[in-house]
Structures are given as C-alpha cells and as structure tokens.
Design a protein around this ligand. Structure first.
Ligand code: ZN
Ligand code: ZN
Length: 375
C-alpha cells in the first residue's frame, strides 16, 4: 500500500525556486558580465552578518529559549533584521522550534525530524503540508506579550519585503547599482544564508560528535558552527537549551555568544544564563561511561576492566551526590549566606573541588579508553 504524500505548498516551492534561480544563477551571471560595485559587496556582507546574527542571537537564543533578557532597542533590531532572513515571524519560528526541542527526532511530532531523512530535515519539511508543520501558538503565549514580537508578527510581510527588496532597491539607487544590489545583497545573500541556517536542522543532526547527550541525534561540530553563526555545537544546545552559549569554550566559534556578551557589556542584554560547569562535566562523563561500557562489552578483556570501571562509576555517583548536597545547603542557607563573604568563599571552594574531581575522572576515563583500544 502506498501512502499518499501531503499536498505541496506551492507558495514555498515557487519562492525557493525563484530565490535559487536569482541567487545562484542570475547573480553569478551578472557578476561575470558586469561585476558588482564595492558598495554592493559591502552591503551584501553587512546584511549577511546582521540577518544571520539576528536569527541566532534573537529568534533562537533570546526568544525561543529565553537564555537572557534584552533591552527594547536590541529586540527591535533583531525583529527587523530577523525578518530579512525570511524565516517567518518570531512567533511562528519559536513555536516550531520549541516543538522541535520537546519532541526531537520524533517523526510524528518534530517538524523537521532527521529520522525522516536529511532532505526532509533540510528543506523538505517546508515543501509539503505535513501535519507536523502545523503551528501551535500555545507554545509561545509568553512571547505574545512582547510588544515588539507582536508588532513584527502583524507587519511581517511588508517588513520582510522591505528588508529584502525595498532596502536593496533604495541602496542600489543611491550608489548607482540597482540590479547588482538586488541580486547580491538581496537574492544571493538571502539564498546563501538560508541554506546555512537549514544546515542546523539537517547537518547539525548528522555531522559531528555527541559529547553531552546520547539521547538524541544532535551533534557537536566545529565545521557546522562555522556555517551557522556558532549553532553547530548542537548536541550541547539540545542538552542545555537554557544556556546563552552553544560553544562553551572560549576557542569555539560562536559569534552568537560573542554578540550577546558584547551586548551585555553595553547594557543592552542582561541576566545571561549559563549552565553550572559541574553539570556540563557530569553530562560529558555520563557519555564517556556509556561509551566505555559499550566498548568493553564486546572486548575479550571485559572482566579485567569491569572492576575498575565499576569503581570509577561509584566515585562519580559519590561526587554527584556531594555536589547536590552543597547545592541544597546553599539554598537552605538563603540570601544571608550569599552576602557573607567567608561563607561564599567556602561554598565556591567546595564547588571547585567537586568540579576538579570530575575533571580528573574524565582524564582517567580517557586513559582507560586508550588502554581498552590498545588491548
Ligand atoms: Zn534551540
Ligand atoms: Zn536540533
């Protein structure tokens, strides 16, 4: 029995074909025949950066996950330049994205589940009216109260046409390169940046390692991060979605995180949320334990290692229990203790000691892994 496919969404199909022809065929052809002016290149670059970062730092980390709070000028900026990415209004985007996180990989509920195939997760989900594409506005009742979000939703289409066609037309007229500006800063920039964003749903669930969580398909990849304004550390993100960072180490490429940090220095962003270091280490160790167990299960030396591994695991559980006890103590001590300098120092020393224990344990497990691989 063949199952009938849901009907095509002709508006989306027409748009994607048109933008691909304009951006990937007409723009390069124009470049080889007439070239683009310096101004055109400059504006294409500026729009590319601003619209891409507005999706990452605004649509995604500010509104979908509420990882920090932002002053109205920054929210307005994200709403306007986010519309330039042509990925729907904040409300629609966040409603779908929150469902993606809640039901990740579930083919019946995740709007772009990778389990339905790479192409489906990349673009296919937008081309047919799948039941999973229905927008559930109940997911975003909290965001409807933001007047900037409500305003953007009401005026989304004029705004997006204005930012993608109106503004390039105006700038092109000012610098004397109308066609070039529309093709490069409008069409090519839009088509290219959309493909990069779509990689977060396809490539970031396919390429890379699962370092923080083995429960879903999201992966951490520095290469994908380069294409997606830092969203390539997607396994971390699915494990700790309330964190304003995706690439947590200072060397990891995450312009979204840098922009939010810079905005907070300027007083435009505040209450930035970070996952406690201990929790991150604990998650990584859990993955390491699972992988070691699986590796050893098939090895002839399983008996030799199992005792060591069991001992390590007991110690891990013990460290976690101690950390939870310190947490409980801190909560019980209340605000007075937080103000007391000695008490504060004492608590932070204990936290650091426990973090250090996990760090050393991770090192031992890595050695164990190497030994098991060599055996
Ligand atoms: Zn997310
Ligand atoms: Zn995802």
């Amino acid at each position: 029995m063949t199952q009938e496919k849901p009907r095509l969404v002709y508006e989306n199909l027409t748009f994607f074909i048109a933008i691909a022809v304009l951006g990937f065929v007409a723009a390069p052809a124009w470049f080889f025949m007439y070239g683009f002016s310096g101004w055109t290149w400059a504006f294409a670059g500026i729009f590319w950066v601003l619209s891409g970062l507005s999706i990452t730092a605004g649509y995604h980390r500010l509104w979908s996950h509420r990882t920090y709070k932002a002053a109205w000028p920054l929210r307005l900026f994200f709403a306007v330049f986010g519309a330039q990415s042509l990925q729907n209004s904040v409300l629609v985007w966040c409603a779908r994205h929150r469902v993606h996180h809640r039901y990740v990989d579930d083919v019946e509920r995740d709007p772009h589940s990778i389990k339905s195939g790479f192409w489906h997760a990349h673009m296919g989900w937008m081309l047919r009216r799948y039941p999973t594409s229905e927008i559930d506005f109940d997911q975003v009742r909290d965001l409807e109260r933001d007047p900037i979000v409500a305003w953007q939703h009401r005026h989304y289409w004029p705004l997006t046409w204005g930012m993608n066609l109106g503004l390039p037309l105006l700038l092109g007229w000012l610098v004397g390169d109308i066609v070039g500006m529309v093709l490069l800063a409008g069409a090519f920039r839009l088509a290219f940046s959309q493909q990069c964003t779509f990689f977060i749903n396809s490539l970031a669930h396919t390429l890379g390692k699962r370092t923080h969580n083995l429960e879903n398909t999201a992966r951490d990849s520095g290469v994908v991060a380069l294409l997606t304004w830092g969203e390539g550390y997607h396994n971390f993100h699915h494990a700790f979605q309330a964190d304003y960072r995706n690439g947590i180490s200072w060397w990891q490429f995450d312009p979204g995180k840098w922009l939010i940090a810079a905005a907070s220095w300027m007083g435009l962003a505040y209450e930035l949320r970070r996952t406690p270091r201990f929790k991150i280490r604990r998650a990584r160790l859990q993955v390491q334990f699972r992988e070691l167990q699986e590796r050893l299960a098939g090895s002839p030396d399983a008996m030799t290692w199992s005792e060591t591994l069991e001992r390590e695991y007991q110690q891990f559980k013990d460290t976690v229990a101690q950390w939870q006890a310190v947490q409980a103590e801190r909560v019980a001590a209340g605000k007075a203790a937080i103000r007391d300098k000695w008490r504060r120092t004492e608590l932070s020393t204990r936290y650091r000691e426990l973090e250090y224990r996990l760090k050393m344990q991770a090192r031992r497990l890595a050695t164990l892994r190497q030994a098991a691989a060599a055996a």
